[in-house]
Every structure is written in C-alpha cells, then in structure tokens.
Design a protein around this ligand. Structure first.
Ligand SMILES: [Zn+2]
Length: 205
C-alpha cells in the first residue's frame, strides 16, 4: 500500500492518497483544495482513483472535491448526516476557505460497518460523530484515518453546528480505543500517532 500525505486548504488539512501499487487503484481522502503535487503524484504513478472518501463535510476537507471528481471520474463516499455541509456552501464555509462556493451530493452513503474495496485494500467505515454529525473514520489494515475526531494528544473541535463533545468522546472510546495499540492514526490535521499512545497520553481521556 502506498500512502502519501499532502497539505491542502489554507489551514493545512492532511489530505491522503492511498493506492494499491499492483492494481493501481487508489482513493483520495479529504481533498481540502486542489493540490498540484497531489495531481502530479497520481498522474505520474498512473493511479486510477476509484473513490474520494470524506471524513466529514467541513470546507477545509472538501473544497477539492469538484476538481478531483471531474478529473478522475470517481465516486464520492461519505455519511449522509453531513449533507447539511456537503449541500450548503454557507454551512461548509467554502467561499471563505477556497474562494468559491462548493456544494455537491455524495454518490455513495457509507455507514458504520460498511466496507469499500479499492484494489487489494478493504476500507472499513467507522461512524464517529461528534466533530460533525456525520463524521466517519476509515480503517485500512492497521491504519486509521481519524479525520478531525482524534488528533495526536488532542481532539477535534465540537463547537460547530451539530458538534457534540459527549458524542466525540464516545466515538473515540467505543470505535477507536478498541483497536490494537499499534494501530497507526493519521488525523485530518497535524502529526500522526498510535492508538496506544493516545490511550496513555491524550489529555481528554
Ligand atoms: Zn472539520
């Protein structure tokens, strides 16, 4: 599995490109803006983008969706409960973040326990609301893409519309801290961590 991280959006969102090098099938997680190095990486490796997977609907994670969906003819997968953000440029603050209104409807709705197949990678969807009502995290092998739910020694904000600190903590405890300690955590912002490290050092738990 080839995983590469890119910074997108004016507030440095972690966008991930994950590819199965054999089949060349790949997915993009949270394209926060158009990012030339990401395009170059996909094109130079001749990766075939099957899905854009969105951990949630905030503008700093979705502003690149129209570009990548049109360019690679791929499907957008997300949880329906964040449609209030996907569908509404006022709610997702895309104009402020990327200078244009971004609104769309996901092609595929994913829920807790669902899986998506991309080449030899099985994406396990975990429903992890709290930062937003339709927040999801994605487990691929021993790698957890935690969106803005869990950060290295921190957690995501819960003061946005539809956010809930109680729900976020429940999501982390019940969906993430049950994973093996050596699970790698790749969050939506800042550096990576592991489940074991967070169980021991995250001050919110
Ligand atoms: Zn967010």
């Amino acid at each position: 599995m080839d995983i590469k991280q890119f910074y997108t959006s004016p507030i440095q969102t972690n966008t991930y490109l994950c590819a199965d090098e054999n089949s060349k099938e790949a997915f993009i997680l949270d394209p926060g803006s158009v990012c030339k190095p990401l395009d170059n990486y996909i094109d130079s490796n001749e990766y075939k983008i099957k899905y854009i997977v969105l951990t949630h609907g905030h503008g700093d994670h979705i502003c690149g969706v129209p570009h990548y969906k049109a360019k690679y003819k791929c499907q957008v997968a997300a949880n329906k409960k964040d449609n209030r953000y996907f569908n509404d440029p006022i709610s997702n603050q895309s104009r402020a973040l990327c200078g244009q209104d971004v609104a769309f409807t996901p092609d595929i709705y994913v829920n807790d326990g669902d899986t998506l197949q991309v080449g030899n990678m099985t994406l396990h969807i975990l429903f992890t609301p709290g930062h937003s009502p339709g927040g999801i995290s994605v487990l691929v092998g021993n790698i957890l893409f935690s969106g803005d739910t869990l950060f290295a020694e921190s957690i995501g904000r819960t003061d946005f519309v539809g956010g809930s600190l109680i729900e976020l903590k429940k999501s982390v405890r019940e969906k993430m801290f049950v994973l093996p300690d050596d699970t790698f955590v790749l969050p939506g912002h800042m550096g990576h961590t592991t489940i074991g490290h967070e169980k021991q050092y995250n001050p919110f738990f």
